[in-house]
Design a protein around this ligand. Structure first.
Ligand SMILES: *[C@@H]1O[C@H](CO)[C@@H](O)[C@H](O)[C@H]1NC(C)=O
Ligand SMILES: *[C@@H]1O[C@H](CO)[C@@H](O)[C@H](O)[C@H]1NC(C)=O
Ligand SMILES: *[C@@H]1O[C@H](CO)[C@@H](O)[C@H](O)[C@H]1NC(C)=O
Ligand SMILES: *[C@@H]1O[C@H](CO)[C@@H](O)[C@H](O)[C@H]1NC(C)=O
Length: 221
């Protein structure tokens, strides 16, 4: 799939020479957002982003997959798991308005979750597990209505689970375990999330009151 998406671009780039291909069908907003995201990452010990340079189109950078849409290349997926990246997840990531898939799991990001993540309104896969993220889970995450996989496990999130997550009607997996969350599990999660099949809340300080009928849900709390 990624190969099929990239093929026309590769032909284009080889056709006109590597140096200039980035200016041919560029989305400058996506390019700026990616450069700003990289700016927030002073530590990249494995060189995972070493080919994020202007010598090649951003669609060929490590971890990036693009889609051709409205006569532009747009970033569809950003996946850099397990690269020891630190420190900040830049807010401008949310300027990647076509982003569908974001996996920055198993790194050393320490920032709070950018509130503006909700601008990535097409996101359906969000994995920020096993980082050092702090603060509360923004209620606005409930606006990511296409989300079907949300994994924030093993961070330092505190506060309660926002009831707004009950708006994520397409969610199949909700994985919030191994944080410092407290309070009750919002009823909307059981009442509204009819697609939910996997709920992992293990190792938090959540209230124990669980509804008796949780249907097909496999729950690890
Ligand atoms: C992200 O978008 C906002 C609002 O359109 C803009 O002000 C900002 O400059 C953008 N950031 C980057 C790094 O492109
Ligand atoms: C960047 O690195 C990735 C992973 O090593 C590789 O697949 C990709 O082809 C590289 N891109 C360029 C332009 O060298
Ligand atoms: C999010 O989108 C809104 C509306 O398009 C825009 O005004 C705002 O600047 C965006 N925020 C960021 C951080 O890009
Ligand atoms: C749950 O669903 C009901 C009925 O569709 C809706 O009124 C309510 O706002 C939803 N709750 C949340 C937290 O999304």
């Amino acid at each position: 799939m990624p190969m099929l998406i990239l093929l026309p671009l590769l032909l284009l780039c080889y056709g006109v020479g590597n140096i200039h291909c980035s200016t041919v069908h560029d989305n400058s907003g996506d390019l700026k957002a990616l450069l700003d995201f990289r700016q927030g990452i002073p530590s990249d010990p494995y060189g995972a982003m070493s080919n994020w340079t202007m010598n090649s189109h951003f669609c060929r950078w490590n971890g990036i997959t693009c889609t051709w849409t409205r006569r532009q290349w747009r970033v569809l997926s950003l996946a850099l798991p397990d690269k020891n990246l630190a420190r900040k997840i830049s807010c401008s990531l949310c300027n990647l308005t076509f982003l569908v898939y974001l996996d920055l799991s198993s790194n050393n990001f320490v920032s709070p979750l950018p509130d503006a993540l909700t601008n990535c309104s097409n996101l359906n896969y969000l994995d920020l597990s096993s980082n050092l993220l702090v603060g509360t889970i923004p209620p606005k995450l409930g606006l990511l209505s296409h989300l079907n996989f949300l994994d924030l496990r093993s961070n330092h999130f505190e506060g309660s689970i926002p009831g707004e997550l009950g708006q994520l009607v397409n969610l199949r997996s909700l994985i919030l375990g191994e944080n410092s969350l407290s309070g009750e599990i919002p009823h909307a999660i059981f009442n509204n999330l009819s697609s939910l099949r996997y709920l992992y809340l293990y190792s938090n300080s959540l209230g124990k009151a669980l509804p008796s009928n949780i249907g097909e849900l496999s729950l690890i709390s």
